[in-house]
Design a protein around this ligand. Structure first.
Ligand code: MIC
Ligand code: SF4
Length: 754
């Protein structure tokens, strides 16, 4: 059954006219990305062409997806908007708040006990406002979306950076902060700077040990964690047609790790097969009718250099398996070279865990390829040297994999089957062999491997690979194992070699599921009551933010000058803090505790300029707040990389930080700061970062003239009385400056609805 088929039919009925018109206006053949963008303009049929990387454009996304950890804040904001129902089809998925510990049944029961209040809140808000609700255990948002909601040529936004996964089914699907989702839920346009376009031409065919994952691991190595910023990555070419739909999903999923706005593939037979296998024949039939509109024009793919801003070519036939890491997903190494690199860098060679699952790689095909390696281990009498943990992507996958005996294979190897949820991927992992701060290595087929991400231990070296490679390396227990060339010694003392993996693109007997965990909202939710206990430590109704006054921007104190990588995990850590995602005051106690102070290279240890003493960032900031003093956070490149969590903007805002001044931003975080009515600024001259000293005070001398395309001037007063005056760039347009003046974008919506 296909959800929201009428909406999809309507999108398709307008597609041809809109795309043809856009082609005429742009004056050349179109990429798929342009076709989707131009057919989703808020104003309907296009009447002008847009400049990539420059023009802000209002879009009308077809649907929204939210996960439990971000939905709380998004829906708490939506509740303030004064609407009866959401304006476009929306779903909420409970996947982040379930800890992996003893296995699915017990873990799910515990999660339902400990997070009961939050799940109830999400369920009742969903019911009230017409939102589809996927219960805890139903699966990971992006896998559930791919199996149920994604459709070729559609546009979706989601409050999670890996929303981009739906590009595997030919969508333009973009991760956003909750406040962006609230705009669309409230029936308003969604704004995005028209992206640049990166084309990736795939030739050849995957073979042997190489998997779809290796395509993105390779691309990440080429583009690095910020190389995709402001761009859509569009994959095409004969190699693309040879990949499965879920394999395409994996590639798009990890596009988040290169900062790309999203990634996508043109509609092809693999997508049709996946739509039919997931019982969405109607969508496949409709898509077939407008096939040429659901992929890029032939001329574009024949001469990509003429149409994309950058082109990368990858030959799948010669691509080799990679393992990326540790600590950053773009540190790409071919498998055979890893041993030498590890020894040089002193990365522990012994592998303790192989983790299977996550939204990146938990399709039936992925499980079957990993299981084919696990089965060989059993057949060849090998004992796994590492522990295995598995988080299936959805109940549909789990049920089908269990029926087909795939899960048995892993269990025979001693694996623990965790809930269909994020689990260790987001630090929801009570690791049975807890390591304290001990150096150790794990391999997984997730997407992120930032420090502390899986188990909270800064010395866990996590490496990202394909399902089959993770399985092989985990079985060998060694990071330097190369299954293509090396042998292992089995329990009988014999030397054995693992054969190449084999997998099944789709279950031969079809997908099956008993209870998929979906709960449809009632037709009229006006009588549904949403409960938030006033003394709750998990949920807190929001108070609107006060606009920042010009006078408050004189005498601003430095809160922290962050050194090096500062991701959203550093700004608002996940793991144990996920429990406070619906309570702004409580979660604010983790603000920037992971950021490294540039002056002493310590985390959560900054100078309080009022007392001269050092303390934790949230405590020091609360003292400034109590004294009515605004502060500034200074940072390096790609500040706010990683997640879409708007907490990374709302917490500093709530605590009284007025401005964030960095060398460069990750896209979603920059927007989140703007939405919450703060100043997100970049150094006009990067070297000015070095001028900032620990006791500095900042005066925003021309803030009264805050205007688009006009840098701000900041006077920095040092402790010895000397001064530097610097320029700070910004990307605020008129509408965004209004958000700033109103105190937040939400304040503006409320005013407009009043
Ligand atoms: C993640 O993978 O980091 C998360 C947890 O899914 C986040 C969302 C969040 O912070 O809740 C994301 O990627 O957006
Ligand atoms: Fe969940 Fe990990 Fe996917 Fe984020 S990346 S949605 S935490 S599985």
């Amino acid at each position: 059954m296909a959800f929201d088929i009428d909406m999809i039919k309507e999108v398709y009925s307008q597609m041809a006219e809109r795309v043809d018109k856009a082609r005429e206006l742009v004056g050349k053949p179109l990429t798929l990305s342009e076709k989707i963008l131009y057919s989703h303009l808020w104003d309907g049929t296009p009447d002008k062409s847009f400049e990539r990387g420059k023009d802000y454009v209002d879009f009308a996304p077809d649907r929204i997806a939210c996960q439990d950890a971000t939905a709380q804040m998004a829906l708490l904001q939506f509740m303030q908007a004064g609407k009866k129902t959401v304006a476009v089809p929306t779903t909420v998925h409970c996947d982040h708040l379930i800890q992996a510990k003893q296995g699915a049944a017990k873990d799910l029961m515990r999660a339902n006990e400990t997070s009961n209040e939050v799940f109830d809140f999400l369920e009742s808000v969903s019911n009230k406002y017409g939102i589809g609700f996927w219960r805890p255990g139903a699966g990971i948002i992006h896998q559930v979306v791919l199996e149920n909601y994604a459709f070729p040529g559609g546009m979706m936004i989601g409050t999670d950076s890996h929303t981009v996964n739906a590009g595997g089914l030919g969508m333009v699907a973009i991760g956003v902060g909750g406040a962006d989702a609230v705009d669309v839920m409230a029936g308003m346009p969604w704004e995005l700077k028209f992206p640049k376009l990166i084309g990736v031409k795939l030739t050849g065919k995957l073979n042997g040990w190489t998997a779809s994952k290796d395509v993105i691991l390779k691309v990440a190595g080429i583009l690095t964690v910020k190389g995709g910023t402001g761009a859509i990555v569009e994959y095409f070419g004969p190699g693309a047609k040879n990949l499965s739909c879920t394999g395409k999903g994996t590639i798009c999923n990890m596009g988040a790790e290169i900062g790309a706005t999203t990634s996508t593939f043109g509609y092809d037979d693999s997508m049709e097969r996946f739509l039919r296998a997931t019982d969405r024949h109607e969508i496949a039939d409709e898509a077939n009718k407008i096939r040429e509109y659901l992929t890029g024009d032939d001329e574009v793919y024949e001469n990509p250099e003429k149409y994309f801003d950058q082109v990368i070519e990858i030959d799948l036939s010669t691509l080799r398996p990679h393992l990326n890491g540790p600590f950053t997903p773009d540190l790409a190494t071919e498998v055979g070279d890893l041993g030498e690199k590890a020894r040089k860098n002193d990365w522990p060679l012994k592998v303790d865990w192989g983790l299977i699952g996550s939204c990146t790689n938990s399709s039936y095909e992925d499980l079957s390829r990993a299981a084919s390696i696990a089965q060989q281990a059993i057949d060849k009498n090998l004992k796994s040297k590492s522990d295995f943990g598995i988080n299936p992507g959805s109940e549909q996958i789990r049920f089908t994999a269990e029926r087909d005996g795939l899960l048995d294979v892993f269990e025979n190897l001693g694996a623990t089957i965790f809930t269909n949820a994020c689990g260790p991927c987001i630090g929801q992992w009570d690791r049975s062999d807890r390591k304290g701060d001990e150096k150790n290595t794990i391999v997984h087929f997730f997407n992120r491997n930032f420090s502390k991400r899986a188990d909270g231990n800064p010395n866990t070296h996590a490496f990202v690979g394909s399902p089959e490679m993770v399985a092989a390396i985990a079985i060998s227990g060694r990071l330097d194992f190369d299954p293509m060339n090396d042998t292992l010694i089995n329990e009988d003392g014999q030397e054995v070699k693992l054969d190449e993996p084999v997998g099944l693109e789709l279950p031969p007997k079809g997908f099956a599921v008993d209870d998929n965990g979906y709960l449809a909202p009632t037709a009229d939710g006006s009588a549904v009551e949403v409960k938030v206990a006033p003394d709750s430590e998990r949920l807190q109704l929001l108070e609107p933010f006060e606009p920042i006054k010009d006078s408050e921007l004189q005498g601003v104190k430095l809160l922290i000058k962050a050194f090096g990588k500062c991701t959203t995990d550093h700004i608002s850590m996940a793991g144990p803090w996920l429990r406070y995602r619906g309570h702004l005051d409580n979660i604010a106690n983790n603000t920037l505790i992971g950021a490294v102070n540039a002056f002493n290279k310590q985390t959560n240890f900054v100078k309080n300029q009022l007392t001269g003493e050092y303390g934790g960032v949230p405590n020091v900031q609360r003292e400034y707040k109590a004294n009515g003093i605004k502060t500034i956070v200074v940072g390096d490149h790609n500040y706010g990389e990683g997640s879409s969590r708007e907490h990374a903007a709302m917490q500093p805002r709530f605590l009284g930080v007025a401005a964030v001044l960095v060398k460069s931003f990750a896209r979603i975080h920059e927007t989140n700061l703007k939405k919450q009515g703060m100043l997100g600024l970049t150094f006009a001259n990067e070297a000015d970062y070095d001028l900032i000293q620990e006791d500095d005070t900042f005066n925003f001398v021309d803030i009264a003239d805050f205007a688009p395309n006009k840098p701000l001037t900041i006077e920095i007063v040092h402790a010895d009385g000397s001064k530097d005056t610097i320029k700070a760039n910004h990307t605020y347009n008129d509408a965004q400056i209004k958000w700033y003046h109103e105190g937040s974008a939400l304040n503006l919506i409320k005013k407009q609805n009043a």
